[in-house]
Design a protein around this ligand. Sequence first.
Ligand code: ATP
Ligand code: MG
Length: 366
Amino acid sequence: MRPAIREVLRTLIEAGYEAYIVGGYVRDVLLGHDTNDCDITTSATPDQVERLFPETHSHAKQYGTIGVVCLGELFEVTTFRSEGTYDDFRRPSSVTFSTSLEADLSRRDFTINALAMNLQGELTDLYGGQADLESSLLRAIGDPLVRLREDALRILRALRFQSQLGFQLEASLVDAMKECAPLVAHLSSERVMDELKKLLRGPFLELALTQYHEIALPGLPLLVADEGLSLVEQCAIAQLRDHFDASGFPWTKEERSIYIDAQTLTTSAPTKTQLYQMSHPQAMIRIGAVVYHWDAAKLTDMYHGLVIHSRSELKISGHDVVALQFEGESIEQVLRTVESMVVEEQLHNEQTAILSWIKEHYDENY
Ligand code: ATP
Ligand code: MG
């Protein structure tokens, strides 16, 4: 256990509260995986936590979580909870604090995520999480149908844990996932996207996608089992192939531009100039390779082999063109022509060569 984690637990315990590490950290330590994120659960209320540590963050205080900075590390310290009612298949409509670790663990999603570890490294394992870790099994806590109806995001969490860990999903969990699949449509796209992004990065993507396709989740894209495709690339592929509309997703500016640029791709692979002009050539190559069977290796080589990758690498600038007495729009026109000639390797990227080509070519025009 890292010194900073010990320090947080010790501070809480010495003040008379219970405190445990829970969730992903315990799971990953037992699996021997690297882990950074460490969630701590405690009997102290958020106000009490704030009073114990000199540096805290309170942006998630309404959910019972205080960010605690200790020895330079940030921890999420959450008061024991027993969630209230779920009335829209999304988040609990209210958060109720609880005084027992047992109640807190019972609201968690899967047995392997409901292990608690105390300062001495001893485990509380109320649901057989250790045995499930050993047999590589993902199992819901309680009746899977009830738990997935409460929060349909757990369907996607099950798939992303399968992709990250390579675990089998317990049979009644799979049945419940199929039955509850329509509820995914009620989830916020932010939460869905977070889980899908994690799913796509998992080392057992193919296994998880076999299950994903069997369950058929409405409103979600059909994902391709190619590694290295980002979520927006996957959605762009689904857009071109199945008319899947992901334009309403809360993409970043960069993601949105990839999604929109992909709409212009066609069966014919891009030329050097077209590759050069793309804002996201690598992404476009990956998308085109899946949808239009472009030769990705060849196009990647072609892209890396381009003589220049941006106008700043061109050995002449706008000033040089102005010095040749060009004016207004014709400056940009000349630069664009020269740029394309250099990219297509019809003109050397050398200042004298370019300037004499311009003089020769535009002789009568200026
Ligand atoms: P990661 O390694 O991705 O952080 P994690 O298991 O820590 O995985 P988090 O989303 O950080 O996942 O959640 C922390 C813990 O909170 C989980 O281990 C689980 O116990 C609980 N949890 C999170 N989301 C849910 C949910 N939708 N329903 C029930 N319990 C949940
Ligand atoms: Mg976590």
